[in-house]
Design a protein around this ligand. Sequence first.
Ligand code: DC
Length: 220
Amino acid sequence: MTKLAVIALDGPSGVGKSTTAKRLAQALGWSYLDTGGMYRTAALALKRAGLAPEDPAAASFLAQRRIQQTGTAFFLDGEDVSGAIRTPELSTLTSAVATHPAIRDVLVAQQRSIGAEGGWVVDGRDIGSVVFPDACCKVFLTASAEARAQRRCLELQAAGRDARFEDILEDQRARDLQDSTRAVAPLRKAEGAVEVDSSHLSLEEVVTRILALHRAHATA
Ligand code: DC
C-alpha cells in the first residue's frame, strides 16, 4: 500500500492531541486538521436545527452544512463557532452524536477529501484505523485519566474558570467509556500505530518522540 503523507494522531480526550498536532504541523510545515472540532461543529449544527442525531434527516442535513477549520477556529456556514463548540454541554452532546454511523460517514468523507494530497497532521479517534489507514505515521497518544484531568484542571484554572478535579475526572471517564465502547469506530490503537504514553512526558518530549517516529517511517 502506498503511504500517505499524514500523521494520524489518535487518543482519548484531554491527552493533548491538538497541542501536539499543532506543534508537529508547525515543525513539518504541514497543515493541521482537528476532526474532533468537526464532530463538535456538526453536533452544534444539529442542536441548533433541533435535529436529533438519530433522525434519518440528520446526515443529509450535515452534508449540506459548511464545516471549516481555519487555524484553530471553526466555522459553521461561515459563522465563527469556536467558543460555542467547546462548552461541557456540547462535549457531551458531541460524544453522543459521534456514535451515529451515517453522521460519521459524512465527516469521514470530508476528512479524506481534505487530507487526500498529504501534508496533514490529523487528530481524532479513528484516524489511523478508519480515515487514513494508509497514513505514513500512526500514533496512539495516551496518558492516565488522572494525568489528563489534572492538566485540564490547570488549563481551566489558568483561564480563570471554575474547575474541580473530581468533576473533570468523572466527566472524562464517562466520555472515555462512550468513545471506547461504541459499536462504530471505537477508540482503539490502529494496526501499525505506535503508542506514546505522555503521562510523564513534557509536550516537547512528546513532539520530539513523534518527529523521530515520523523520520524513521519516512526513511523506512
Ligand atoms: O477530540 P475532541 O474531544 O474535540 O472530540 C470531540 C468528540 O468527538 C469526542 O467525544 C470524540 C469524538 N470524535 C470522534 O468520535 N472521532 C473523531 N475522529 C474525533 C472526535
